[in-house]
Design a protein around this ligand. Structure first.
Ligand code: LLP
Length: 428
């Protein structure tokens, strides 16, 4: 958790961020913190899982961590130790989840356009493939069945249903409405059941849905759960028990503007909803990404320059850009930006527009209050969809990642250097 000491210096997981950035395992040359740098608090992430799991009480459940939020091994291993499975969307994510110790039996694979090689990896994992390949369209049923036949195995699948429910969130992260490419529309379900009955090499083990991300209330999530449970009851009546129902992820976090609904509230609400659904006790699956890791990662950056214009505008130009954290440029997201070594909420502040080095006007993190330009800033709530969406645009290497556990720097992931980027691009 991010805290401040009596002088206002930022601490993560109890360790001063200043010391983390100067730790010999982090800074290759003394006194030269390698910014931009992502810093994560693994203990706080483990705590998030425990709090969410408490919300399910004694109901059978699986928290399938949406690996797309953050694919770092130390994070996946930490969440796996708390009993998480994984929700993955590519062969790469599947392989990293397995390598980090998540059992094949606890992995769901979603995605509207899975390649043959990816389907084969999912069917071939472990003793009997992954828990379920989430089928996103009717056409996929025959494709997956054919691959299972070719591999001489049965494949476990779930149908991802598009419940046609508009989530109250940013249009770019809403997925459960009828215009979305995701999932099978209700009117296409009869065709899906027919195709499943013809698919000799598949076992339908679950139904799922996911209506979108950064949900700040349970209303639409529960509406979608209602649709899913109706479909599940119909299917159970026709052809027997389902092993699980997955209501997807999407639990929101507080980016500074407030978010009163905690992940636990979603868990409690679906447990209650399931109790009245008349099903034969399926496991409740949720697929949270952001809620487990988002608030527990920071992006630290160095202030390169402070620019004043005669119009009165002040710019703080930092060495982290939209290639390192694309959420502000892509979704207009506002992440709080604070000085590393000074109290963030002093009274005599003025607003500075914080911008990065990338040659795009959208490389702009918005206006933030500072008393004076600091040497370093931290960008809050960057643990989810930060590093995983980063790119090397403008010839900028990916940021270093530092993992704090039990009050010490436990792991560092150092990406390739500018020199190796140059060699690869130049071809010599
Ligand atoms: N399950 C499925 C099928 C998903 O598509 C997603 C996210 C999740 C689970 C996890 O959602 P979460 O709990 O993290 O909200 N890049 C965007 C978010 C995109 C989410 C994509 N799908 C952002 O930075 O806000």
């Amino acid at each position: 958790m991010l805290t401040r000491d009596s002088r206002g210096a930022a601490l993560l997981g109890g360790l001063p961020l200043h010391d983390i950035l100067h730790d010999p395992a982090v800074a290759p040359s003394p006194g030269e913190p390698p910014t931009p740098a992502y810093v994560y608090d693994l203990d706080a992430m483990a705590h998030e899982v425990r709090a969410l799991r408490a919300g399910f009480g004694s109901a059978p459940h699986l928290v399938a961590y949406a690996v797309k939020a953050n694919t770092a091994g130390p994070i996946i291993r930490t969440l796996a130790r708390q009993g998480c499975g994984a929700e993955v969307v590519s062969g790469g994510e599947l392989a990293v989840a397995l390598r980090c110790g998540i059992a094949a039996d606890a992995i769901l694979y979603s995605g509207v356009a899975k390649k043959k090689i990816e389907i084969d990896a999912a069917i071939g994992a472990g003793d009997r493939g992954i828990l379920a390949i989430q089928i996103e369209n009717v056409e996929e049923i025959a494709r997956v069945s054919a691959r299972a036949q070719a591999l001489g195995r049965r494949a476990r699948v779930s149908l991802r249903i598009n419940p046609d429910i508009e989530a109250d969130t940013h249009a770019k992260v809403a997925t459960g409405h009828d215009e979305a490419k995701f999932g099978i529309a209700r009117e296409d379900l009869p065709a899906a059941w027919d195709a499943l009955d013809r698919a000799a090499h598949l076992d339908l083990v679950g139904l799922s849905c996911h209506i979108g991300s950064q949900l700040m209330r349970t209303n639409e999530y529960i509406d979608a759960a209602g649709v899913l449970l109706q479909c599940a009851a119909e299917r159970e009546r026709a052809s027997g028990r389902l092993q699980f129902v997955s209501f997807g992820g999407g639990f929101g976090i507080d980016y500074g503007g407030g978010c009163d609904t905690k992940p636990q509230a979603f868990a409690q609400a679906v447990v209650k909803k399931l109790a009245t659904a008349g099903l034969e006790g399926p496991t409740i699956v949720t697929e949270p990404g952001r809620a487990l890791v988002g608030a527990h990662g920071l992006l630290c950056a160095r202030v390169i320059a402070a620019k004043h214009s005669r119009s009165g505008r002040r710019w703080l130009l930092i060495d982290a850009g939209m290639n390192d954290l694309v959420r502000p440029a892509m979704y207009g997201a506002k992440h709080r930006i604070e000085p590393l070594d000074a109290p963030p909420h002093a009274t005599d502040t003025s607003l500075w527009r914080v911008a990065g080095p990338v040659c795009e006007s959208s490389d702009d993190f918005g206006e933030h209050p500072f008393v004076e330009p600091p040497d370093f800033v931290l960008i809050r709530d960057a643990g989810a969809y930060g590093f995983t969406m980063a790119s090397e645009y403008n010839g900028r290497p990916l940021p270093v990642e530092v993992f704090i556990e039990q009050g010490r720097v436990a792991h560092v992931i150092r990406p390739r250097s500018v020199d190796s980027w140059v060699s690869e691009r130049a071809g010599c």
